[in-house]
Design a protein around this ligand. Structure first.
Ligand code: BDR
Ligand code: CA
Length: 327
Protein backbone atom coordinates (compact mmCIF):
# COMPACT_ATOMS: atom_id res chain seq x y z
CA UNK A 1 0.00 0.00 0.00
CA UNK A 2 1.24 3.47 -0.79
CA UNK A 3 0.97 5.15 2.58
CA UNK A 4 1.11 8.58 0.99
CA UNK A 5 -2.26 7.76 -0.56
CA UNK A 6 -3.86 6.60 2.66
CA UNK A 7 -6.97 8.56 3.61
CA UNK A 8 -6.66 10.07 7.10
CA UNK A 9 -9.88 10.01 9.14
CA UNK A 10 -10.78 11.48 12.53
CA UNK A 11 -14.02 10.65 14.33
CA UNK A 12 -15.65 13.01 16.82
CA UNK A 13 -18.25 11.12 18.85
CA UNK A 14 -20.30 10.77 22.05
CA UNK A 15 -20.55 7.00 22.62
CA UNK A 16 -23.45 6.16 22.82
CA UNK A 17 -24.71 2.77 21.61
CA UNK A 18 -24.98 3.64 17.91
CA UNK A 19 -21.68 5.51 18.18
CA UNK A 20 -20.20 2.17 19.31
CA UNK A 21 -21.30 0.62 16.02
CA UNK A 22 -19.65 3.47 14.12
CA UNK A 23 -16.49 3.34 16.23
CA UNK A 24 -16.04 -0.42 16.00
CA UNK A 25 -16.67 -0.37 12.27
CA UNK A 26 -14.03 2.28 11.62
CA UNK A 27 -11.58 0.78 14.12
CA UNK A 28 -11.88 -2.65 12.52
CA UNK A 29 -11.24 -1.16 9.09
CA UNK A 30 -8.29 0.79 10.41
CA UNK A 31 -6.75 -2.25 11.99
CA UNK A 32 -7.64 -5.14 9.72
CA UNK A 33 -8.78 -4.09 6.26
CA UNK A 34 -6.80 -3.38 3.14
CA UNK A 35 -8.76 -0.23 2.43
CA UNK A 36 -6.41 2.73 2.08
CA UNK A 37 -7.62 4.59 5.19
CA UNK A 38 -6.20 5.21 8.62
CA UNK A 39 -7.87 6.46 11.75
CA UNK A 40 -5.69 9.28 13.03
CA UNK A 41 -7.72 10.15 16.11
CA UNK A 42 -10.91 9.80 18.08
CA UNK A 43 -12.24 12.88 19.83
CA UNK A 44 -15.10 12.72 22.27
CA UNK A 45 -17.81 15.20 23.21
CA UNK A 46 -20.47 15.64 25.88
CA UNK A 47 -23.70 14.35 24.43
CA UNK A 48 -25.43 11.05 25.01
CA UNK A 49 -23.70 11.00 28.40
CA UNK A 50 -21.16 13.23 30.19
CA UNK A 51 -17.62 13.77 28.90
CA UNK A 52 -15.90 11.40 31.37
CA UNK A 53 -18.11 8.59 30.13
CA UNK A 54 -17.92 9.23 26.38
CA UNK A 55 -14.13 9.46 26.75
CA UNK A 56 -13.96 6.18 28.69
CA UNK A 57 -16.22 4.46 26.16
CA UNK A 58 -14.05 5.50 23.21
CA UNK A 59 -11.00 4.13 25.04
CA UNK A 60 -12.91 0.93 25.76
CA UNK A 61 -13.67 0.48 22.06
CA UNK A 62 -9.97 0.90 21.20
CA UNK A 63 -9.17 -1.80 23.77
CA UNK A 64 -12.02 -3.93 22.34
CA UNK A 65 -10.27 -4.19 18.96
CA UNK A 66 -6.71 -3.89 20.24
CA UNK A 67 -6.08 -0.49 18.67
CA UNK A 68 -4.79 1.31 21.74
CA UNK A 69 -2.28 3.28 19.69
CA UNK A 70 -5.01 5.62 18.43
CA UNK A 71 -5.03 8.97 20.26
CA UNK A 72 -8.30 9.72 22.04
CA UNK A 73 -9.33 13.24 23.06
CA UNK A 74 -11.62 14.42 25.82
CA UNK A 75 -14.12 17.27 25.95
CA UNK A 76 -12.82 19.50 28.76
CA UNK A 77 -15.66 22.02 29.01
CA UNK A 78 -17.94 21.85 32.00
CA UNK A 79 -21.42 21.96 30.58
CA UNK A 80 -24.83 20.74 31.54
CA UNK A 81 -27.37 19.80 28.92
CA UNK A 82 -30.08 17.24 28.44
CA UNK A 83 -28.31 13.93 27.79
CA UNK A 84 -29.75 10.74 26.28
CA UNK A 85 -28.90 8.25 29.02
CA UNK A 86 -32.53 7.10 28.99
CA UNK A 87 -31.77 5.59 25.55
CA UNK A 88 -28.09 4.67 25.89
CA UNK A 89 -27.86 3.73 29.61
CA UNK A 90 -26.22 5.60 32.48
CA UNK A 91 -22.76 4.64 31.21
CA UNK A 92 -23.68 5.36 27.56
CA UNK A 93 -23.20 1.73 26.54
CA UNK A 94 -26.31 -0.02 27.83
CA UNK A 95 -25.02 -0.25 31.43
CA UNK A 96 -22.74 -2.99 30.15
CA UNK A 97 -19.32 -1.50 30.90
CA UNK A 98 -18.73 -4.13 33.58
CA UNK A 99 -18.72 -6.77 30.79
CA UNK A 100 -15.57 -5.19 29.34
CA UNK A 101 -12.10 -5.07 30.86
CA UNK A 102 -11.39 -2.10 33.07
CA UNK A 103 -10.62 0.96 31.01
CA UNK A 104 -6.94 1.92 30.76
CA UNK A 105 -6.67 5.69 30.97
CA UNK A 106 -3.66 7.08 29.09
CA UNK A 107 -1.04 8.97 31.12
CA UNK A 108 -1.66 12.09 29.08
CA UNK A 109 -5.25 13.29 28.67
CA UNK A 110 -5.52 14.91 25.24
CA UNK A 111 -7.97 17.68 24.46
CA UNK A 112 -10.56 17.04 21.72
CA UNK A 113 -10.52 20.55 20.25
CA UNK A 114 -6.74 20.71 20.18
CA UNK A 115 -6.62 17.32 18.45
CA UNK A 116 -9.06 18.45 15.75
CA UNK A 117 -7.08 21.64 15.08
CA UNK A 118 -3.80 19.70 14.96
CA UNK A 119 -5.23 17.00 12.67
CA UNK A 120 -6.48 19.58 10.15
CA UNK A 121 -3.12 21.36 10.26
CA UNK A 122 -1.27 18.10 9.71
CA UNK A 123 -3.44 16.47 7.05
CA UNK A 124 -5.15 19.52 5.47
CA UNK A 125 -7.44 18.78 2.55
CA UNK A 126 -6.88 15.03 2.82
CA UNK A 127 -8.54 14.73 6.22
CA UNK A 128 -12.12 13.48 6.56
CA UNK A 129 -13.85 14.20 9.87
CA UNK A 130 -16.77 12.04 10.95
CA UNK A 131 -19.09 13.63 13.51
CA UNK A 132 -21.52 11.41 15.39
CA UNK A 133 -22.36 13.66 18.32
CA UNK A 134 -23.07 17.33 19.03
CA UNK A 135 -20.89 19.67 16.95
CA UNK A 136 -19.34 21.42 19.96
CA UNK A 137 -15.72 20.37 19.44
CA UNK A 138 -15.86 21.07 15.72
CA UNK A 139 -17.26 24.58 16.27
CA UNK A 140 -14.63 25.29 18.94
CA UNK A 141 -11.88 24.26 16.51
CA UNK A 142 -13.27 26.86 14.07
CA UNK A 143 -13.48 29.46 16.83
CA UNK A 144 -9.86 28.83 17.76
CA UNK A 145 -8.58 28.94 14.17
CA UNK A 146 -11.11 30.77 11.96
CA UNK A 147 -11.33 29.20 8.51
CA UNK A 148 -9.82 25.89 9.56
CA UNK A 149 -12.89 23.72 8.88
CA UNK A 150 -12.95 24.62 5.22
CA UNK A 151 -9.38 23.34 4.95
CA UNK A 152 -10.28 19.68 5.57
CA UNK A 153 -11.56 17.44 2.79
CA UNK A 154 -15.03 16.95 4.25
CA UNK A 155 -17.06 16.59 7.40
CA UNK A 156 -19.50 13.68 7.38
CA UNK A 157 -21.98 14.36 10.16
CA UNK A 158 -25.01 12.53 11.50
CA UNK A 159 -27.62 15.07 12.50
CA UNK A 160 -30.74 17.01 11.71
CA UNK A 161 -34.21 16.24 10.43
CA UNK A 162 -35.07 17.67 7.02
CA UNK A 163 -38.50 16.45 5.98
CA UNK A 164 -39.23 14.10 8.86
CA UNK A 165 -39.96 14.86 12.51
CA UNK A 166 -37.15 15.43 14.94
CA UNK A 167 -36.48 13.06 17.83
CA UNK A 168 -36.17 15.78 20.49
CA UNK A 169 -38.94 18.14 19.38
CA UNK A 170 -41.20 17.92 16.33
CA UNK A 171 -38.43 19.65 14.36
CA UNK A 172 -35.17 19.03 16.22
CA UNK A 173 -32.77 16.10 16.18
CA UNK A 174 -30.58 15.28 19.21
CA UNK A 175 -27.06 16.11 17.91
CA UNK A 176 -28.20 19.49 16.61
CA UNK A 177 -30.52 20.28 19.53
CA UNK A 178 -27.89 19.47 22.16
CA UNK A 179 -25.71 22.37 21.02
CA UNK A 180 -27.50 24.24 18.25
CA UNK A 181 -25.24 27.30 18.49
CA UNK A 182 -22.23 25.16 17.62
CA UNK A 183 -24.06 23.40 14.81
CA UNK A 184 -25.15 26.79 13.39
CA UNK A 185 -21.52 27.97 13.45
CA UNK A 186 -20.30 24.87 11.62
CA UNK A 187 -22.87 25.18 8.82
CA UNK A 188 -21.96 28.85 8.45
CA UNK A 189 -18.23 28.16 8.43
CA UNK A 190 -17.79 25.61 5.70
CA UNK A 191 -19.30 24.16 2.54
CA UNK A 192 -17.80 20.70 2.70
CA UNK A 193 -20.41 18.96 4.85
CA UNK A 194 -22.02 15.63 4.10
CA UNK A 195 -25.10 15.40 6.28
CA UNK A 196 -26.82 12.19 7.31
CA UNK A 197 -30.16 13.22 8.79
CA UNK A 198 -32.92 11.26 10.51
CA UNK A 199 -34.64 11.16 7.10
CA UNK A 200 -32.08 8.54 6.14
CA UNK A 201 -31.20 6.84 9.42
CA UNK A 202 -34.82 6.07 10.33
CA UNK A 203 -35.33 4.12 7.10
CA UNK A 204 -33.82 1.00 8.67
CA UNK A 205 -34.40 -0.58 12.05
CA UNK A 206 -31.49 -2.79 13.08
CA UNK A 207 -33.00 -5.95 14.56
CA UNK A 208 -31.74 -8.80 16.75
CA UNK A 209 -31.66 -10.87 13.59
CA UNK A 210 -29.51 -8.28 11.80
CA UNK A 211 -27.18 -8.34 14.78
CA UNK A 212 -26.86 -12.14 14.67
CA UNK A 213 -26.32 -12.07 10.89
CA UNK A 214 -23.87 -9.19 10.93
CA UNK A 215 -21.69 -10.67 13.62
CA UNK A 216 -22.36 -14.33 12.80
CA UNK A 217 -18.79 -15.46 12.47
CA UNK A 218 -18.14 -14.23 15.95
CA UNK A 219 -18.24 -17.23 18.20
CA UNK A 220 -19.32 -17.21 21.79
CA UNK A 221 -17.16 -14.74 23.56
CA UNK A 222 -17.55 -11.83 25.92
CA UNK A 223 -17.21 -9.44 23.00
CA UNK A 224 -19.96 -11.10 21.02
CA UNK A 225 -22.09 -11.20 24.14
CA UNK A 226 -21.45 -7.48 24.63
CA UNK A 227 -22.70 -6.69 21.10
CA UNK A 228 -25.75 -8.88 21.64
CA UNK A 229 -26.59 -7.28 24.99
CA UNK A 230 -26.01 -3.77 23.64
CA UNK A 231 -28.44 -4.51 20.80
CA UNK A 232 -30.99 -5.88 23.29
CA UNK A 233 -30.65 -2.93 25.63
CA UNK A 234 -30.96 -0.32 22.90
CA UNK A 235 -33.88 -2.13 21.31
CA UNK A 236 -35.62 -2.10 24.69
CA UNK A 237 -35.11 1.63 25.29
CA UNK A 238 -35.99 2.50 21.68
CA UNK A 239 -39.24 0.58 22.07
CA UNK A 240 -39.93 2.11 25.48
CA UNK A 241 -39.59 5.64 24.14
CA UNK A 242 -41.27 4.77 20.82
CA UNK A 243 -38.26 5.89 18.83
CA UNK A 244 -38.88 3.34 16.12
CA UNK A 245 -42.67 3.64 15.87
CA UNK A 246 -43.05 0.12 17.32
CA UNK A 247 -40.72 -1.62 14.86
CA UNK A 248 -38.62 -3.97 16.99
CA UNK A 249 -34.99 -2.93 16.87
CA UNK A 250 -33.08 0.33 16.99
CA UNK A 251 -31.64 2.89 14.61
CA UNK A 252 -27.90 2.66 13.96
CA UNK A 253 -27.85 6.38 13.08
CA UNK A 254 -24.13 7.00 13.55
CA UNK A 255 -22.92 3.92 11.68
CA UNK A 256 -24.01 5.64 8.46
CA UNK A 257 -21.15 8.13 8.72
CA UNK A 258 -18.78 5.17 8.34
CA UNK A 259 -20.97 3.62 5.66
CA UNK A 260 -20.87 6.88 3.71
CA UNK A 261 -17.09 7.17 4.09
CA UNK A 262 -16.22 3.62 3.06
CA UNK A 263 -19.12 2.71 0.76
CA UNK A 264 -20.44 5.96 -0.76
CA UNK A 265 -22.03 4.08 -3.67
CA UNK A 266 -24.64 2.73 -1.25
CA UNK A 267 -25.98 6.26 -0.68
CA UNK A 268 -27.88 8.80 -2.75
CA UNK A 269 -28.62 12.44 -2.08
CA UNK A 270 -28.35 16.00 -3.33
CA UNK A 271 -26.73 19.33 -2.55
CA UNK A 272 -28.55 21.84 -0.36
CA UNK A 273 -27.94 24.83 1.84
CA UNK A 274 -28.40 23.91 5.50
CA UNK A 275 -28.78 26.32 8.41
CA UNK A 276 -29.69 25.83 12.03
CA UNK A 277 -32.42 27.75 13.81
CA UNK A 278 -31.13 28.75 17.25
CA UNK A 279 -33.87 31.05 18.49
CA UNK A 280 -37.29 30.09 17.12
CA UNK A 281 -40.18 29.81 19.52
CA UNK A 282 -41.57 26.54 18.18
CA UNK A 283 -38.86 25.77 15.68
CA UNK A 284 -35.62 26.29 17.60
CA UNK A 285 -32.85 23.77 16.85
CA UNK A 286 -34.41 22.92 13.47
CA UNK A 287 -32.15 22.20 10.48
CA UNK A 288 -33.66 24.51 7.90
CA UNK A 289 -33.16 23.23 4.36
CA UNK A 290 -34.59 24.68 1.19
CA UNK A 291 -35.72 21.59 -0.69
CA UNK A 292 -37.80 23.53 -3.21
CA UNK A 293 -37.17 22.66 -6.80
CA UNK A 294 -35.37 25.74 -8.08
CA UNK A 295 -31.89 26.90 -9.02
CA UNK A 296 -29.58 27.08 -6.03
CA UNK A 297 -27.12 29.90 -5.61
CA UNK A 298 -25.59 28.64 -2.37
CA UNK A 299 -25.07 25.12 -1.08
CA UNK A 300 -22.98 24.05 1.90
CA UNK A 301 -23.94 20.40 2.23
CA UNK A 302 -24.57 17.15 0.44
CA UNK A 303 -27.53 15.55 2.20
CA UNK A 304 -27.85 11.77 2.00
CA UNK A 305 -31.49 10.86 1.67
CA UNK A 306 -31.51 7.22 0.53
CA UNK A 307 -29.39 4.12 0.91
CA UNK A 308 -29.42 0.48 -0.09
CA UNK A 309 -30.23 -1.49 3.07
CA UNK A 310 -29.00 -4.86 1.81
CA UNK A 311 -25.68 -3.44 0.70
CA UNK A 312 -25.32 -1.62 4.02
CA UNK A 313 -25.88 -4.82 6.03
CA UNK A 314 -23.61 -6.74 3.68
CA UNK A 315 -20.83 -4.18 4.11
CA UNK A 316 -21.00 -4.18 7.90
CA UNK A 317 -21.12 -7.99 7.99
CA UNK A 318 -18.14 -8.41 5.66
CA UNK A 319 -16.07 -5.86 7.55
CA UNK A 320 -16.78 -7.31 10.98
CA UNK A 321 -15.73 -10.74 9.64
CA UNK A 322 -12.17 -9.46 9.58
CA UNK A 323 -12.22 -9.14 13.32
CA UNK A 324 -11.75 -12.13 15.55
CA UNK A 325 -13.99 -11.54 18.53
CA UNK A 326 -12.62 -14.66 20.27
CA UNK A 327 -11.29 -14.29 23.88
C1 BDR B 1 -28.19 10.87 17.39
O1 BDR B 1 -28.49 11.15 18.76
C2 BDR B 1 -27.74 10.31 19.59
O2 BDR B 1 -28.51 9.89 20.69
C3 BDR B 1 -27.26 9.17 18.74
O3 BDR B 1 -26.02 8.67 19.21
C4 BDR B 1 -27.12 9.79 17.37
O4 BDR B 1 -25.85 10.37 17.19
C5 BDR B 1 -29.48 10.49 16.71
O5 BDR B 1 -30.38 11.55 16.79
CA1 CA C 1 -24.00 9.85 18.71
Amino acid sequence: MDHNKTLPVLIDCDPGADDVFALLWILINHKFSHLPMKLVGITTAWGNVAADKTYANALRMCQFVGATDIPVGKDHRQIESQDASHIHGEDGIGNLSSMLPEVQLPAEEKDSVEMIVEAIKQYGNELVILVTGPMTNIALAEEREPGILSQCKKIIAMGGAVQVNGNITPVAEFNIAYDAESAAKVFNATKNIVLIPLDLTTQMVFTDEDMENSFKNINHSTKQEFMRELTKFTTKTNMMFRETAYDKGFYVHDAHTVGMLLYPHIYKGSFYDVHVETKGELTKWETVVDVRNHARTEVNSFIATEFNKNLFLEAITEDFKQFDFGE
